[in-house]
Write a protein that binds this ligand. Structure first.
Ligand SMILES: Nc1ncnc2c1ncn2[C@@H]1O[C@H](COP(=O)(O)OP(=O)(O)OP(=O)(O)O)[C@@H](O)[C@H]1O
Ligand SMILES: [Mg+2]
Length: 299
């Protein structure tokens, strides 16, 4: 195989095991090949201060597929190298690849064939135990090793994407049974909340807070734009009766209550921190919207 134009950089990333390497490269340019080489040199050639067994090599990927590919390629390469070292027949391409790697292991790492063969066989035998996998499986493995320190149930399951929704729905229902049941532990708080928001809103907020990435940013920041908009809306609502005949029924009261709600919402949007002692938003009475804006004959 002819050398790539950037072979010197590739070699630095493959062979310089004493320094960290960061490789950014496009699709199909040889990243997995390079990483596989680096792991091979580490488990077969490195011994400062002692040899590294494959069980101590952590290689993390985003997907099971990519992790499987690294393991598969490592396994193929180890088999090839062992075959090359014991004089077995190999297809031409594999032979060339094995010879190149072996000459690097002998030349750059000063290894003898007997040691290389023993290390290649050991690595092949232990490859299954190597922590080469996804980031989430590695984290789960760590958490299972130290459940007490991590404060998790050692029998936890990793969510493959659907468990969260299932669990949220059942836990939310169970929680509401208690919260809104016969002896509600937080009756006053619920009444205040439900005067200002729907139960669905509370559920949406709870779901967001439990999700992997709750959108908390800006939650405690004053939102001057929203406050200005709400105040303009309150002014517009207050201005509705201007120039019109005095209406019948509770329409003026309803408008005043709506304007007060908008003003209170503007205050809340403008506050740096929501004031826990602030009066709850005024609630419009159970008023029915008057059928029409008709002149009040008594006025
Ligand atoms: N230095 C090289 N010279 C020529 N061919 C190479 C070289 N390195 C890798 N290849 C070949 O290029 C192909 C892609 O390599 P590899 O899978 O390592 O790339 P990748 O960057 O990991 O790809 P992907 O983005 O799909 O994960 C393979 O067939 C591999 O054998
Ligand atoms: Mg790859």
């Amino acid at each position: 195989m002819p050398d790539a134009p950037d072979q010197a950089d590739r070699d630095a990333a493959r062979l310089r095991l004493d320094v960290n390497a960061v490789v950014e490269a496009g699709a199909g340019t040889g990243k997995t090949t390079l990483l596989t080489d680096r792991i091979l040199f580490l488990v077969l050639g490195w011994d400062r201060p002692q040899p590294v067994c494959v069980e101590r090599v952590v290689a993390l990927t985003f997907t099971e597929k990519a992790a499987g590919e690294i393991k598969l390629r490592l396994s193929e390469r180890l088999v090839e190298l062992a075959a090359g070292l014991s004089g077995a027949e190999l297809p031409a391409a594999a032979q060339e690849r094995a010879e190149r790697t072996l000459s690097e292991l002998r030349g750059r790492f000063g290894k003898e064939d007997a040691e290389l063969l023993a290390r290649a066989r050991a690595a092949q035998a232990d490859l299954d135990k190597a922590p080469i996998g996804t980031i989430h499986s590695f984290c789960a493995q760590l958490l299972r090793l130290y459940p007490v320190e991590a404060g998790v149930d050692p029998g936890f399951r990793v969510d493959d994407g659907e468990a969260f929704e299932e669990m949220f729905v059942s836990e939310w229902a169970r929680w509401l049974d208690v919260e809104l049941g016969e002896a509600p532990p937080r009756r006053a708080e619920w009444l205040a909340l439900l005067a200002a928001a729907e139960l669905d809103d509370a559920e949406a907020l709870a779901r967001e807070l439990c999700s992997e990435k709750p959108e908390l940013e800006g939650l405690t920041e004053p939102d001057a734009d929203a406050a200005r908009g709400l105040r303009a809306l309150a002014d517009a609502v207050r201005g509705v009766p201007a120039g019109r005949p005095k209406p019948r029924g509770g329409i003026l009261d309803a408008l005043a209550a709506s304007a007060a709600r908008l003003e209170a919402a503007a205050d809340a949007a403008h506050a740096l921190e929501p004031d826990p002692d602030a009066a709850p938003l005024p609630v419009a009475k159970d008023a029915k919207w008057p059928a029409a804006w008709e002149e009040d004959a008594s006025a």
